[in-house]
Design a protein around this ligand. Sequence first.
Ligand code: UD1
Ligand code: CA
Length: 465
Amino acid sequence: MSPTPIHFVILAAGKGTRMKSELPKVLHPVGGEPMIVRILRTAGRFQPVTSTVVVGHMADMVRASLKAFPNAGTVVQEPQLGTGHALLQAAPPLRGQSGTVVLLYGDVPMLSAETISRLVAHHHATKAAATVITAHLPNPTGLGRIVREHGKLARIVEERDATPGQKTITEFNSGIYAFELDGLFDALGRISTANAQGEYYLPDLVGIFRGDGKTVETLVLDDPDELRGVNSRAELALMNAQVRDQRNAAVMAAGVTLVDPTSAWIGPDVEIGPDTTIHPNVYLEGATRIGARCEIHAGVRVINSTIGDGTVVQNYCVVRDSTIDQNVAMGPFSHIRPDSKVAAGAHIGNFVELKKTSLGPGAKANHLAYLGDATVGAKVNIGAGVITCNYDGVHKHQTVIDDGAFIGTDSQLVAPVRVGREAYVAAGSTITEDVPAGALAIGRGKQENKPGWVERKKAKTPAKK
Ligand code: UD1
Ligand code: CA
């Protein structure tokens, strides 16, 4: 990229009143990640020398969300006296630095790296002191208007300070700028609060720079879409729909079938192989990888998990922090909890829950089972209703079931316990001792039949009148 050092400042101090939220606005998710994270990710593509987030409202929560960006610092703006004042707070981390500062907003999450590149390139090519991104909207109510003289940017007028004539201007200030660091903070120090809101207006820099004989440029975008900010839950929903549509278009272009692209929610870090089909209302989140030729049916949620090629996940399964190998048949209604591993060709059926459990190749647990803290070998058959009793109220214990074993329906395996290779457990058993390889274990009361019992009972109890 540009040889000039790049710095980012991201304004995120505002309250976001209209969100009516306990969560800072910039932490509301767009495209499966907090807005501020999305923006820092975009900024990260420029390998900035510094990135500074200006925080204020609920600063600690915003700061805590930046863990994934060790190079991003924060400065606190308290009280919040306007956008000019906000940028001024970034002076300490930028002291002694040189280059270009790009100013972004924590609540404008769609801005693309391509647009930032164009901004910086235009800014450098024109040797401007400041370059602002603008665009046209038929009715830019509430936004600052771009006032031009002889085609050149003369000043930016806020809605509240605008004359009726200026309010008819369709070109608006995006609020996104590139600045030369040299002279920036000197000029910021000269902004006044003589305006309708009594705030330090960042756009006043235009007049200050021009008064100093410096160049102020604009980059006019054809499409204002990516300049949109989020101010309400309704705008948040619209933006999420837009991000989803973009993401899903890319997913489909890579050879994945989305039965309903308006209801597939695929996170930014998710990878999906070709010829996989994703049905409606599917959520793929975090660092999830889905193989090729998979079928992911409606209502499935997969979080931070890997699913191998050719696996079919029937409706309403939840898979979290686990690995499912190729050609597995799962669901409907399976629950795969963290640290589970399902080997190739295994079957996990309805109402089967796995937790910290590995199933060997070709193993089957087709109906109503709980397998926790268990190691299940290859081709093991787990009958309906089998439960590992892994918890004694204090500690968790392991169950090991060796290759080829058969666990009869409705059995309980009281851990720690081991069932040996190819052993059988009779249906309805409570297994408390290890079962040797090749043995049959029967752990239940013996059945006793009492012939004629009902007749005798009737004789003893006279029928009521
Ligand atoms: C600002 C611009 C306006 C532009 C619009 C684009 C100014 C004076 N006006 O207006 O020309 O068209 O953005 O959306 O700059 N913030 C802080 N600290 C503050 C004030 C604001 O961090 O003291 C942050 C807010 O959290 C918000 C952003 O800056 O994310 C914009 O602030 P806001 O007060 O909403 O400015 P606008 O009135 O929208
Ligand atoms: Ca705003």
